[in-house]
Design a protein around this ligand. Structure first.
Ligand SMILES: NC(=O)c1ccc[n+]([C@@H]2O[C@H](COP(=O)([O-])OP(=O)(O)OC[C@H]3O[C@@H](n4cnc5c(N)ncnc54)[C@H](OP(=O)(O)O)[C@@H]3O)[C@@H](O)[C@H]2O)c1
Length: 285
């Protein structure tokens, strides 16, 4: 797919962005659009092979005028996050933008989630986002300002079989608000994107359930899923001066999915207790 953008080709000239999970899916789309708009981009995640292959593809694309580099980083490890910031400043000289896109989860009924599974999802999504925000702030943005865009999900009504991720993403939504207040005095904006369901082959492979996107489509008011480019355009808007008075805000990019039904059907049952006045304690008066 050729990379295109509705934004001006020089919008992010001489700017520097970090995009976690920037080698695949939504993150790759964000990194590519930023590069198309002249931004230099550090993509970071755990799998070096993926990072190398994505960077090679981006570098070969003559439409992508920014420079792309890679850093291996597991966002759950604070020392690796710190290394990502230091490496970005060493290679590119600064950090204007941080896009906390890297993350993931697995489907499971809440009662079957083990402590290990719960911690892995919460640490990757919520704690990892915190480490990245804090490290970008202390290493660069506290002194120079900047913009952070976090990634949440359609967790607004509670998302069945995603208890760990829903809780973590709701935490990120609130972290976004708190940081926007605490860091306004440093000229830092902190926003988030809440994508609806967007097909990406890597996400489909991670879930190991190829029907997940079909089920989401059946409940989608727009009659279609989101496109990767529709998430990346929203991220570019939030990073841009067009959003210079937007902070502490989570932008839903979900085709009204969050206003409609939950993705998992609750089975028919008659197990829910009804209050009976016969059981009420009798008044002594
Ligand atoms: N697709 C959707 O419908 C949808 C909807 C709502 C929210 N989201 C969220 O949007 C983000 C991107 O999702 P996607 O659909 O593009 O799926 P994806 O292709 O699987 O992207 C996830 C990315 O996160 C990286 N990642 C995972 N764990 C990491 C860790 N511990 N440290 C560093 N990087 C890590 C992965 O790279 P490595 O494996 O190399 O580490 C991968 O590049 C995720 O946070 C996802 O949960 C997606």
């Amino acid at each position: 797919m050729p990379i295109r953008s509705i934004f001006s080709r020089t919008l992010f000239s001489n700017k520097v962005a970090i995009v976690t999970g920037g080698a695949t899916g939504i993150g790759e789309a964000i990194a590519s659009e930023l590069l198309y708009l002249g931004c230099n981009v550090m993509i970071a995640s755990r799998k070096e092979d993926n990072l190398r292959a994505a960077a090679e593809k981006m570098t070969k694309n003559p439409d992508l005028t920014g420079k792309v580099l890679t850093t291996k980083c597991n966002v759950r490890k604070e020392d690796e996050v710190e290394n990502l910031m230091k490496n970005t400043i060493a290679k590119f000289g600064k950090i204007d933008y941080l896009v906390n896109n890297g993350g993931g989860q697995f489907l499971s009924p809440a009662q079957n989630i083990t402590a290990k599974g719960w911690n892995a999802v919460v640490e990757t999504n919520l704690t990892g986002t915190f480490y990245l925000c804090k490290s970008a702030y202390l290493n660069w943005m506290q002194e120079h300002g900047g913009v952070i865009v976090n990634m949440v999900s359609d967790m607004w009504k509670g998302y069945c079989y995603m208890a760990h991720s829903s809780a973590a993403r709701a935490g990120i939504d609130n972290l976004t608000k708190v940081l926007s207040l605490e860091w306004a005095e440093s000229g830092v904006r902190v926003c988030a994107i809440a994508p609806g369901t967007v097909y990406s082959p890597t996400a489909a492979a991670n879930y190991g359930d190829d029907k997940i996107f079909d089920r989401a489509l059946a409940l989608q008011p727009t009659g279609r899923l989101g496109e990767l480019s529709e998430i990346s355009a929203a991220v570019c808007f939030l990073l841009s001066p067009g959003a210079s008075f937007v902070t502490g805000e989570t932008l839903k990019v979900d085709g009204a999915q969050s206003l409609y039904k939950n993705c998992i059907e609750i089975p028919k049952h008659d197990n829910f207790p009804v209050w009976s006045w016969d059981d009420a304690p009798k008044s002594k008066l």
